[in-house]
Ligand binder design. Structure first.
Ligand code: SAH
Ligand code: SF4
Length: 366
């Protein structure tokens, strides 16, 4: 394979290939592209799993509304502020506030206050990413005005037909795309992503996902393997359509590598779900082109209840322990840790400069 001339049309064949030499060649080339485009600094985003209460019912997710066996919680504002402070003191540069979806006024007000508080505890320095699902344009704007500057909203799959099979009829693919456009228009650095190895997902669908990232001009990408949760409709109803763990893991690394090669200067997360399928999954993703890690800084008492999927690692470890262990793991593979930086993607920085010239609101750490 001549990696220099790799194009979007080659993606399905590479994803379907079982050749080990081709697999390794792909990862090595992607790592080379990573070194030349974004370098070998790994940026941290401390992940705060704020609440597992959700009004949605995605068929794959363990905290979906109708899962009666999930024990529901919401962190207190003081716990969120403490987590933010901890992230800041450890040099993480930014945090991600993630939760199940809620659209009621009390939730929107509380999140607005939390954003302000996270800024305060860090003297305005901590970068704030939100991952709180689909909201109205007004709400997105309110949170941006309060100080959030990045938003993660995975499209889950770019195939509308597959999206419809994975969600109830009132979950709308078009609305999700619209939300991504609104977020970008407001000036958020916008992240999206997909699950890999979903039942009925084809190599063509996955190729379409990378094209979707390109067409939406996305700054940050978070992709990970789909992992079963036994209390969900997808785990119980589609057994014959599930890929094996090994297949899902290899496919995920290939997707990271292909995205790095084809989109070059974006931020790509080495997601926690990778670590569920392989203890060194995140490090392997860094070697395949990823450059972001999201250490979990949720208080350990809540972690067992934020089960989007089963088998999450470090569920009983305190956040401080995770950081020490992560630093060592990153240095072991020859990379550096980017401390106290927001770590914007070069792609976003370029767009920010162009936007400043045309007065679109943007926020960056320069
Ligand atoms: N409620 C928000 C954010 C929390 S869910 C939202 O849905 O956008 C965050 C992500 O977890 C989802 O985007 C989905 O891609 C991922 N997720 C949910 N269930 C999963 C599963 N069974 N396996 C892997 N990832 C899953
Ligand atoms: Fe709720 Fe997000 Fe899970 Fe869907 S994926 S059920 S929106 S937490």
């Amino acid at each position: 394979m001549k990696w220099e001339t790799l194009g979007f049309n080659d993606i399905p064949d590479i994803l379907n290939s079982v050749d080990d030499g081709l697999f390794q060649g792909l990862l090595d080339y992607a790592y080379d592209v990573k070194r030349k485009t974004v370098g070998t600094k790994v940026y941290f985003r401390g992940l705060i799993e704020y609440s597992n209460i959700c009004i949605k019912n995605c068929y794959y997710c363990g905290i979906r509304r109708d899962n009666r066996s999930a024990r529901r919680y919401t962190m207190t504002p003081a716990e969120v502020a403490d987590a933010g402070m901890l992230a800041y003191r450890q040099g993480m540069g930014s945090v991600v506030l993630q939760s199940g979806e809620r659209t009621d006024g009390a939730f929107i007000d509380t999140v607005t206050d939390l954003i302000v508080r996270l800024k305060e505890v860090s003297g305005g320095k901590l970068g704030i990413t939100l991952s709180l699902g689909e909201q109205s344009p007004d709400v997105y704007r309110r949170w941006f005005d309060a100080g959030a500057h990045r938003y993660l909203l995975r499209i889950e799959t770019s195939s509308p037909a597959l999206y419809a099979r994975l969600h109830p009829a009132d979950h709308d693919y078009g609305r999700r795309v619209e939300c991504l456009s609104v977020l970008k228009g407001i000036g958020y650095q916008t992240g999206t992503g997909v699950m890999i190895g979903l039942p009925y997902q084809t190599a063509g669908d996955l190729a379409g996902d990378i094209e979707f990232f390109r067409d939406m001009d996305i700054d940050m990408i978070g992709m990970g393997p789909y992992i079963l949760h036994s209390d969900t409709p997808l785990a119980s109803g589609f057994e014959d359509a599930h890929a094996t763990q090994t297949e899902r893991f290899r496919l995920s690394l290939k997707m990271v590598a292909l995205t790095r090669i084809l989109l070059r200067d974006v931020n790509i997360a080495a997601t926690t779900a990778l670590q569920v399928l392989d203890p060194a999954g995140r490090e392997k993703a860094l070697r395949a082109g990823a450059n972001i890690i999201m250490p979990n800084i949720t208080p350990s008492k809540y972690r067992p209840d934020y089960t989007l999927y089963q088998g999450k690692p470090c569920a009983d470890e305190e956040p401080e322990q995770c950081m020490g262990c992560l630093n060592a793991r990153i240095r072991m593979i020859g990379e550096e840790v980017g401390l106290n930086e927001w770590g914007d993607s070069p792609r976003f920085k370029e767009r920010a400069e162009a936007a400043t010239a045309s007065s679109i609101p943007v926020r960056n750490d320069t």
